[in-house]
Design a protein. Sequence first.
Length: 220
Amino acid sequence: PTCIPPHQEYFPVAMQELQGIADATSLSLEEVIILNGFTDLLDLIQTLHKTTIPQSVRRDDCTAFIVPPAVSADQKPYIGQTWDMNQEATPFITMLRVNPDDSPSYTTMTVTGCIAMMGVNEEGIAIGITNLCGNDGQYGMTWTLAVRKALTKTSLDDAIDCIMSAPLAGGHNYYLADATGKCVNIEGMATRKHREFVDTKAYVHTNHCLVPHTQSVETL
């Protein structure tokens, strides 16, 4: 319950969506939040109990890439990733085409019950994530809300601000691009964030922080 207010303050519309999922499935709102941000909440548990979550629990990791126009064959941006989820999730993978009343339409790859895991909107804003593990977890909001909110934006700067201003519960790496070819990577830990624009070379990010600012709160 302590994590509900940060979710509500950050993105009330998404909380209505989560409540709708809860109502339709007879789950509690708390259970739906856990479904949407399990890995963030692992960081919170680590911090609260001063323990380390075994890597066997965190085995589902991903590798992302960014290729800016300057180094792509056709001068267009390319971003993408592997999605190394456990096999049991396969029946629940889905692609959603969503047409909100007050923001751009978007397509998201997600799993049943999660509002958005990666996607692109009709304005050309694209976003994806890879997991990071932190020892600075806090009572905050989970990463799927940050992805969902970024997809409501019409400019990359506004989408970036969705991540940089988010009161995150745990760590993820976020990578974004827009239709003009502008690309950015954000290491978003619960208490520390690092933004890096990618414009002159290809960029790869796995599940480890690359800069001292975020490495200082990383669990290896």
